[in-house]
Design a binder for this molecule. Structure first.
Ligand SMILES: Cc1cc2nc3c(=O)[nH]c(=O)nc-3n(C[C@H](O)[C@H](O)[C@H](O)COP(=O)(O)OP(=O)(O)OC[C@H]3O[C@@H](n4cnc5c(N)ncnc54)[C@H](O)[C@@H]3O)c2cc1C
Length: 534
């Protein structure tokens, strides 16, 4: 047993673990972060992919990073710089045109009117409505979800809290909200829009990373999630490039945490969460070292935590079954490239600046996405894929030497479990398909690839510790959100083991680089500690 005893140990140095550790240390708790990899950051890192060339190897765009977290951790003082993506989204089509979604609403309406005047008018109305509705959900983003199991006075308090948040909501807003929480994105788009291109703009933005095709009930929720605000200025639907790659966020967070007194150890994989009398009392590392702490907060996903680090005898009947049932089955891959010249996207206007040239989403039609999902669902790699390309070096010269370019490509839908063969055999095929698809939209790109890394769902699991390669620590479907996340009955960051908490994307409000689960879980720990002292 290590001689030093901590008030809190955080298992995992992802951005949520670092955020949680900061708040715990700031409140005076002696806090230790243990990260299995050689770097902190989890899926929010910058890594070298070829000599002298660095890329955001997993997450690649900042969108919902909470302003509270940016402010409290003083991330800017610790070196964080973000540049708004302009446009926030841009789709390239097979007919050699590109269509941007500007942050300036009027500019988007004007540009979309050239595709369909009716749809541009509808966009004006629908966007305003979605933004209003998203504002009702916004406060829950940094609070624990409503406790539907509360009893007695606690139940009254929960009822009041929800009432305060929703008291201004009107009847027709409730019906719309129900539609967005339960309906399908495809049905919504077909009902409101006529142009296939405009529908594809929405598709590109909304089932990102989800294990669902666009016509699956529940997928319309992405329309609201995407409008939760983020960035320094708390803007709805904000997107930003991070200078130095996404790892600059977690490097700044680590600096803030250290300054608050947190000790961070890398290359320190935790093998077991230790308990005495059903209470967490520390951890054992893979090398056998045991470290004592009064509180353990796990930034590892719920499956990794409960199926890998905890003794099943410490868990109540049925709990493990609920954890095993969490839908993970990651449907995404990532391909990171070094290019000798920037891609020249078909249809990109000659006057487009570098920021605009850094974005091209190659998104299928709704029907093609549905078919693609079906193929992947049965364990096959679709011929056609949905590829989101970001040439970050266009706006960030720190990533690669002058004249060299870095492009990251997020890929959807691929299976985690292949029907035949293994991902180690199929990795090259996936890379080839992605390159062929990009070549259709930027013919110069395939011939300019100097280096490429293909991260299949299995590689995401192996490298980043994401169970089944799920980028959100559990699919973001309605059955796994709010008070259902991570499992029904345990959505308040506590676990059946006293003193053990979850602080990563597997808990409310879920995945993405937000800092929200880290913020909220740390505040829960601090409240419990205060109560225990009283
Ligand atoms: C390919 C990809 C693309 C994405 N794109 C975006 C994007 O553009 N924008 C966005 O907002 N989000 C994106 N995401 C999602 C986002 O990155 C994640 O949801 C988020 O980073 C999760 O943060 P976290 O801190 O909760 O967990 P993680 O980042 O997963 O961190 C968990 C940490 O725990 C460590 N760990 C696990 N087990 C142990 C153990 N036993 N001992 C010690 N350490 C352990 C892991 O190594 C890891 O560092 C993407 C994710 C991926 C993978």
């Amino acid at each position: 047993m290590s001689e030093t005893r901590y008030d809190a140990i955080v298992v995992g140095g992802g951005h949520n673990g670092l955020t949680a550790s900061f708040y715990l240390a700031r409140a005076g708790m002696k806090t230790l972060v243990l990260e299995r990899r050689e770097i902190v950051g989890g899926a929010c890192v910058t890594e070298e992919i070829a000599p002298g060339c660095r890329a955001s190897t997993a997450s690649y765009i900042a969108s919902m990073l909470r302003p509270e977290v940016i402010r409290d951790l003083e991330l800017e003082r610790h070196g964080l710089r973000m540049v708004p993506c302009e446009p926030g989204l841009q789709v390239a089509f097979e007919d050699g045109t590109v269509l941007p979604w500007w942050t300036d609403h009027r500019r988007t309406v004007a540009e979309w009117a050239a595709v369909s005047e009716t749809d541009a008018r509808t966009f004006d109305r629908v966007d305003a409505r979605l933004k209003e509705l998203a504002r009702y959900l916004q406060p829950f983003f940094l609070e624990q979800p409503p406790d539907v199991h509360a009893r007695g006075w606690a139940k009254v308090r929960e009822g009041r809290r929800v009432y305060r948040r929703m008291r201004r909501i009107k009847g027709d807003e409730i019906t719309d909200l129900v539609e967005f929480l339960t309906g399908s994105l495809g049905a919504f788009l077909d009902r409101h829009f006529e142009s296939e291109k405009i529908k594809r703009m929405y598709l590109a933005n909304n089932v990102y990373g989800m294990h669902a095709p666009p016509y699956r009930p529940g997928t319309a929720i992405g329309l609201l999630f995407h409008l939760l605000s983020g960035g320094d200025d708390d803007v709805q639907g904000w997107f930003g490039h991070v200078i130095g790659g996404m790892g600059s966020i977690t490097q700044a967070m680590a600096e803030a945490a250290r300054e608050a007194g947190v000790e961070i150890r890398t290359d320190a994989p935790v093998a077991k969460i230790l308990t005495t009398d059903g209470r967490a009392c520390g951890v054992a590392l893979e090398d056998g070292t045991e470290i004592a702490a009064s509180v353990v907060a796990s930034n590892a996903d719920p499956k990794r935590t409960f199926l890998g680090l905890v003794d099943p005898a410490d868990l109540p009947d049925g709990f493990l079954g609920s954890v095993e049932a969490i839908k993970m089955d990651g449907p995404c891959a990532k391909v990171n490239m070094v290019l000798s010249e920037a891609p020249r996207w078909n249809g990109m206007p000659a006057e487009a600046d570098l920021n605009r040239r850094s974005f091209a989403t190659l998104v299928p039609t709704l029907e093609a996405a549905e078919r693609m999902y079906d193929i992947a669902k049965w364990g096959e790699i679709p011929d056609d894929l949905w590829v989101d390309c970001v040439v970050a070096s266009n706006v960030d010269p720190t990533l690669a030497p002058a004249g060299t370019h870095v492009m990251t490509c997020f890929v959807q839908y691929v299976p985690y479990r292949l029907r035949e063969g293994t991902w180690d055999d199929q990795r090259e095929l996936l890379g080839k398909r992605v390159v062929d698809i990009i070549g259709r939209y930027a013919p110069n790109a395939p011939g300019s690839i100097d280096a490429m890394e293909v991260l299949t769902p299995l590689d995401l699991e192996r490298r980043f510790g994401l169970t089944e390669g799920n980028i959100f620590h559990g699919d973001l479907n309605i059955q796994q959100l709010f008070f259902m996340r991570p499992v029904p009955g345990w959505s308040d960051y506590r676990t059946p083991i006293e003193g053990l908490y979850l602080c990563g994307a597997g808990v409310h409000p879920g995945g993405g680089v937000t800092g929200a689960p880290g913020y909220t879980s740390a505040h829960k720990i601090l409240r419990d500690r205060k109560r225990a002292r009283r």
